[in-house]
Design a protein around this ligand. Structure first.
Ligand code: AMP
Length: 560
């Protein structure tokens, strides 16, 4: 078996590895580090959790230990799709480079430019960045990429999902042809293959087995509940969730609770807090500082329950998580594997408890087909009974949320969940559900205006024609995380405000190719004409696309 000492790493790096407690290199490290140290390009097909960050950070530190950084000319560049992942790479770099004099800068949105400029001006060895913010600095003339000797692209498949590939291509072209490229992706979609064929030169290809099954160290349970009323399904699930957490008692030192929708992330977090749990949400709508604080607090043990969307939690490395709860069963089976893989890491034991309602039947069978096992069924917690309120029609004031509940806490959201399901092919019911949802959301205005469902009725008819295009099945279409794309769009908007790419603010950022770009006119908010547009749109809401697609998209634009 390969040992770290066999890998010709800088002795200072080896000391840091020993201090980090690593004994042997992981397969991706054993495979990628030797060719990287020889100066070869590397194509690593591996996902988070395989030790891939160290597989590029360790050789980078070793290679950069000779030579000095020059002002505004970083010697290496690591591109990450999200701010959190970039911050995580920066933390890894700090650990492995702590005995060296190498310097780094982290360029991510939500952090002041002037601080970042100062660091770059001084000269850095390693620049860790998200593509949007990096191009921002470049366009401001604050950064030269001609000194980049090593360029890393991390999580390329997520870059593709988020529409960053044109930015990545541009960044490749701004760096010297002679650079060394270390390129990582969990999957090799045709577009990723194309990029690697174009920009990598004779790469060493290291593929690490995909996490196809769920870890043996995770105890899985499925708790089924049949909510007495459809419009109280969410309430019933929240009550059950509280009971499940309580039943785990002290064994539940900390947990990530997954919801399928951002609105539910907030509601579940608020509800848990109201009931005395130490809980906080994380999703793409929150301020970057808040996201970081929440994550830090969770990592350090100050926060017990992290309520998350898939996008916010994917790729994050939080080693000691005792429990994962699926408040919703994920609609994409592989998300189940990702989610429960947040616990039971590094040989620790973990528990994953999923809540399922009869409406989840289809998802459940897809998940079980993927993990090739039946998820063991568990009883409802002892003594658990739904409250009387969960049997009644929702009130206008929901004591769970401490706010008007009808639109947000009750019906609309339940309909929203149905809508999500309908999106993936349940025929007529979707259309009807969507229409109903729009009509009732319109009635609920203006109180409900904050909800995604209500916002749906504000959308104009024009862009919908495009949204009625048949959707590609998931397996063939790159998945795009709107939440994170919006984050990047926020960065671009900041750039545009400063005159970055010189585009008219009202017409959105330059669209480079058609790739994964959604034309901005589709994303524009029409809030000002709210009441009239609401009723118009409600009556026009004839298709599922209207009802299902519009809310999230409009929600994105409301950020800008
Ligand atoms: P990554 O895939 O880079 O997100 O790494 C996943 C986790 O594995 C991180 O917590 C690393 O600290 C840890 N790790 C990386 N390399 C090793 C190793 N050789 N031995 C043990 N743990 C490691």
């Amino acid at each position: 078996m390969t040992k770290f000492t066999d890998l010709k790493l800088d002795p200072k790096v080896l000391t840091a590895i020993v201090e980090a407690g690593y004994e042997t290199p992981t397969p991706i490290q054993a495979g990628a580090i030797p060719p990287a140290l020889e100066g070869k390009d590397v194509l690593g097909i591996a996902q988070t959790g395989t030790g891939k960050t160290a597989s590029f950070t360790l050789p980078m530190i070793t290679l950069l230990s000779k030579g000095r950084a020059r002002a505004r000319m970083p010697r290496s560049l690591v591109l990450c799709p999200t701010r959190e992942l970039a911050a995580q790479v920066a933390e890894n770099f700090d650990i492995y480079a702590k005995h060296t004099k190498l310097t780094k800068a982290l360029l991510i949105g939500g952090v002041s430019f002037s601080e970042q400029d100062k660091l770059i001006d001084r000269g850095v060895d390693v620049l860790i960045a998200t593509p949007g913010r990096l191009l921002d600095h470049f366009e401001r003339g604050k950064l030269l990429l001609t000194g980049v000797q090593i360029m890393v692209v991390d999580e390329a498949d997520r870059m593709l999902d988020m529409g960053f590939i044109p930015d990545i291509e541009r960044i490749f072209q701004l760096t010297p042809f002679t650079r060394q490229t270390l390129f990582f992706s969990a999957t090799m979609a045709p577009e990723i293959e194309r990029i690697t064929n174009t920009f990598l030169h004779g790469p060493a290809r290291i593929e690490v087995a995909r996490q196809a099954t769920t870890s043996e160290t995770i105890t899985q349970k499925l708790v089924q509940i049949a909510p007495p009323r459809r419009d109280q399904a969410a309430k019933a699930k929240r009550e059950l969730l509280r009971a499940l957490i309580a039943a785990e008692g002290e064994t539940c030192t900390n947990a990530i609770i997954f919801c399928n929708r951002k609105t539910d992330v907030d509601i579940v977090a608020k509800s848990l807090k109201t009931h005395g749990f130490n809980a906080a949400p994380i999703h793409g709508d929150l301020e970057q500082r808040q996201r970081m604080q929440t994550l830090d607090s969770f990592r350090e043990g100050g926060l017990q329950l992290l309520i998350a969307s898939d996008v916010a939690a994917r790729g994050l490395d939080i080693p000691a998580v005792s429990h994962v709860f699926n408040y919703d069963l994920p609609s994409h089976a592989e998300d189940y594997v990702h989610r429960i893989g947040r616990t039971g890491r590094a040989g620790r034991l973990g528990t994953a408890i999923s809540i399922a309602t009869p409406a989840d039947e289809k998802y459940l069978s897809q998940i079980q087909a993927l993990v090739k096992m039946e998820i063991p069924r568990a009883e409802l917690p002892e003594g658990f009974e739904l409250s009387e309120a969960a049997h009644r029609e929702p009130k206008t004031y929901d004591e769970d949320e401490g706010r008007r509940g009808r639109s947000r806490g009750g019906r609309d959201r339940d309909r929203g969940e149905r809508g999500d399901r309908g999106e993936r092919g349940e025929g007529r019911t979707r259309t009807r559900g969507g229409r109903e949802r729009n009509r009732e959301a319109a009635e609920a205005l203006p109180e409900a205006i904050e909800t995604t469902e209500a916002v749906a009725v504000e959308a104009p008819a024009a862009p919908r024609a495009e949204q009625r295009e048949p959707r590609e099945p998931r397996s063939e279409a790159p998945r795009r995380d709107r939440e994170e794309r919006r984050d990047d769009r926020r960065d671009r908007d900041e750039r545009r405000e400063r005159g970055g790419r010189g585009r008219d603010r009202d017409h959105g950022p330059a669209v480079v190719g058609m790739g994964d770009h959604v034309p901005d006119f589709i994303l524009r908010s029409f809030r000002t004409t709210r009441p009239a547009a609401a009723s118009d749109a409600a009556s026009e809401a004839e298709t599922e696309a209207d009802a299902i697609e519009t809310p999230e998209v409009v929600e994105e634009s409301s950020e800008s």
